[in-house]
Design a binder for this molecule. Sequence first.
Ligand code: G
Ligand code: MN
Length: 237
Amino acid sequence: MAVAFQPQLTADGQSVASVEALLRWRLPDGSFISPESAVAYAEREGLIDVIGLYVLQQACTAARAWPGLVLAVNISPTHFAKPGFVDDVARVLDATWFPANRLEIEIVESAAFDDPDHASRQIERLHAIGARVAMDDFGTGYSSLSLLQRLPFDKVKIDKSFVDGIPATRSVAILHAMIALVRALGMKVTAEGVETVEQQRFLKAAGCHYLQGFLYARPLPAESIPAFLEKYKRPLR
Ligand code: G
Ligand code: MN
């Protein structure tokens, strides 16, 4: 198992704001399991918390060497719901000397769906230790507006399926509305899966704060990140 890092750029494409840690699970034949099946397998086998913490620990250790860069880490709904989850995160931050204010936890909306009050308290606990929280894959689940209303997310990541549709009229209409909604709530917006300059131009004009996708970079091994950062001005934060 290895952890790769995909950069997230400011919408002008000028600076690297953060990196998302992504699990890479290599099979004996050298190929990789898709992240979806790796996560499904780990959930079934009861390994998801351990693997989530492994990724967090590896990612914090690597990202400590990238000053100022925010580190985004995906956490499974089952792990996020556990009472000890935030303590787990705090322990990894302590053990790796990684500053909490550079950590962003990503959860999908289903992580909050069953028990929004509990999810809200978990987000508040993460805020209390100094970390931030993003809603991942927005638009693909129930896209419940009440979750956005009730939960103090810092950022919403719009799913690639909407970005793929640019410039189709319907996709453009939905993207405009989603981005305006998230901005009006005072949250940051990232668009995922940006692959073309046309998509980048539209998403920047529509008000996205950050963009992530193959147009800028695929998930990279930790060793490749310093050289990637060299190519960009560092963000002023
Ligand atoms: O939803 P989440 O951000 O956690 O998923 C990221 C996944 O999407 C990673 O597996 C990554 O390799 C993939 N991905 C990221 N950017 C792109 C892109 O621009 N195009 C495609 N096809 N896949 C992408
Ligand atoms: Mn994610």
